[in-house]
Design a binder for this molecule. Structure first.
Ligand code: CTP
Length: 319
């Protein structure tokens, strides 16, 4: 059937990519990897020409008043009303103001993390960034548990918490957020129409349960600025993935960035199947040119940066 054909062609094209690249662009050794501090500084400086992550990581209270109407970043024809709840959860100042770290981990969600035993190593970093409220407790040995900054696309409510249809879904969500304590919860609420109801429900639950989590909502210019930076560096990305966004932001705060869980391919270099997400059964979607993300291209770019010592990409075992 159509879906099967599509997924077969995705697997084939990814096979081709891996075979073609098997020898060069996808290979990266962690042994002997050394940070290239001057390159790190140069990249930080270049990215600063496009965005200042301290500021663009979140809008702040003074950016809006309740009742303001804004245009969605990726769909300018549609608008969103800034509700009282949303306004009350905007931070007074950037949650990343003056924060600097020696080493950071950016944890993507690829199934390549399974059996990696990277949990301890990930948790040993000074600041750990995770994506889309990915579960950690059941996977602690491979992914760790420390989460200083975690993103949540509005679609996560539907995908992982049953659209909050039952009380138990809402409880599970509140429990997940309460585990974050006062970490930053980063919600891209102004990208496209469709998730506003979910964002409102999330905001209401945070307020009702007096959760300590520190909410942040990316600035209206962030995604364009990130895309601009990569475009200028000859990486034409329509819509940067959350993982690439996080790496780009992290260059502002972290001297050494370590990436885990980045592997947007259904097989590893030995031909073994790799799940799209380490924690659910979502299928691979990002190979066609029509899809919003271009994760294989992003991966190739990150791999080049690894080989130049700008970041460290781990796709194998940590022990
Ligand atoms: N990622 C990866 N390989 C995978 C899955 C994810 O490299 N097989 C990385 C990507 O950088 C991705 C990040 O891990 O952005 C987090 O994964 P996910 O939550 O799936 O990412 P989103 O970009 O938010 O995807 P979507 O827009 O579909 O929600």
């Amino acid at each position: 059937d159509g879906e099967l054909c599509l997924s077969r062609s995705l697997v084939n094209s990814s096979d081709k990519i891996i075979r073609k690249a098997g020898s060069s662009i996808f290979q990266h050794s962690v042994e002997g990897w050394k940070i290239n501090s001057s390159l790190v500084l140069e990249i930080r400086k270049n990215i600063l020409r496009f965005l200042d992550a301290e500021r663009d990581v979140s809008v702040v209270k003074s950016s809006f008043k309740p009742g303001d109407v804004i245009h969605y970043v990726l769909d300018r024809r549609r608008t969103l009303n800034i509700s009282q709840d949303l306004h009350s959860l905007l931070p007074e100042v950037s949650p990343m103001k003056n924060r600097r770290f020696k080493t950071c981990a950016v944890v993507g969600n690829s199934g390549i993390l399974l059996d990696s035993e990277c949990g301890k190593e990930i948790d040993s970093h000074n600041f750990v960034i995770r994506c889309n409220l990915a579960p950690v407790v059941e996977f602690a040995a491979d992914v760790g548990t420390k989460s200083d900054f975690i993103t949540m696309n509005p679609s996560v409510v539907q995908r992982a918490f049953g659209g909050f249809r039952n009380e138990s879904d809402r409880e599970k969500f509140v429990h997940r957020l309460s585990m974050l304590n006062d970490s930053v919860l980063w919600i891209p609420a102004f990208m496209v129409k469709g998730g506003e109801k979910h964002v409102e429900w999330v905001n209401a639950l945070i307020l009702k349960n007096k959760l300590k989590v520190r909410t942040a909502y990316p600035s209206l210019r962030l995604i364009h600025a990130v895309r601009g930076y990569w475009l200028t560096n000859k990486v034409p990305i329509k819509r940067p993935s959350t993982g690439l966004l996080m790496y780009t932001l992290a260059t502002r705060f972290c001297d050494e960035i370590h990436l885990y869980g980045f592997w947007p391919f259904p097989k590893d270099l030995n031909g073994k199947a790799v799940k799209y997400h380490y924690y659910d059964d979502l299928k691979y979607r990002y190979f066609s040119n029509a899809s919003p993300h271009r994760m294989p291209l992003e991966f190739k770019t990150l791999n080049v940066l690894h080989n130049r010592g700008a970041l460290k990409l781990t796709t194998g075992k940590c022990v």
